[in-house]
Design a protein around this ligand. Sequence first.
Ligand SMILES: O=P(O)(O)OC[C@H]1O[C@H](OP(=O)(O)OP(=O)(O)O)[C@H](O)[C@@H]1O
Ligand SMILES: Nc1nc2[nH]cnc2c(=O)[nH]1
Length: 181
Amino acid sequence: MLDANKALDVLNNAELIASSEKVSETLAQIASEITVALSDKHPLVLSVMGGAVVFTGQLLPKLSFPLDFDYIHVTRYGNNTQGGLLDWKVMPRENVAGRVVLVLDDILDEGHTLAAIREKVLSLGASAFYSAVFTDKQIGKQKPIQADFVGMQLPNKYVFGFGMDVQGAWRNLPAIYAMKE
Ligand SMILES: O=P(O)(O)OC[C@H]1O[C@H](OP(=O)(O)OP(=O)(O)O)[C@H](O)[C@@H]1O
Ligand SMILES: Nc1nc2[nH]cnc2c(=O)[nH]1
């Protein structure tokens, strides 16, 4: 955890990657793409805690069609800027069986998290799997999964804000920043 002064230092030294205006435009765009594709599918929307909490909270009111909502919780970064082993805290439940599932996440980085979620959701009998990520990091390497809906591309830097943390801090920012190298 960062104490309050360290958190302010990190933000003061950060580089702005996407302003809150850009974030709002991106939300409207991805909501409209999801609506075109899924408005007649009565999807079960699964939010990946904790990073997707802000994306989810701002996206759901823009989806004006019937859907159900649940969450899962998996993490593999913890306080690090490099990913490790997946730590499942809350697995998908049996309620995915027979459903069109839409998973929401804040960032697709190396793709291991989303690939594992897809495998789990399909193994529990979902009839279709879709994913929407607010950001997709350009890592210059093949990923094990592509998202069906992508808000914006990001440079290959550790980012925070709009749900994403830096050592637990700054998930609450309305814009996206990168740590200065
Ligand atoms: O594509 P990957 O390289 O697998 O990384 C993407 C995952 O990393 C972040 O979660 P994190 O492990 O940081 O947990 P958090 O959501 O609680 O911050 C993010 O929310 C994604 O779920
Ligand atoms: N906060 C944050 N979490 C991540 N998870 C995977 N990549 C990132 C990143 O760049 N920032």
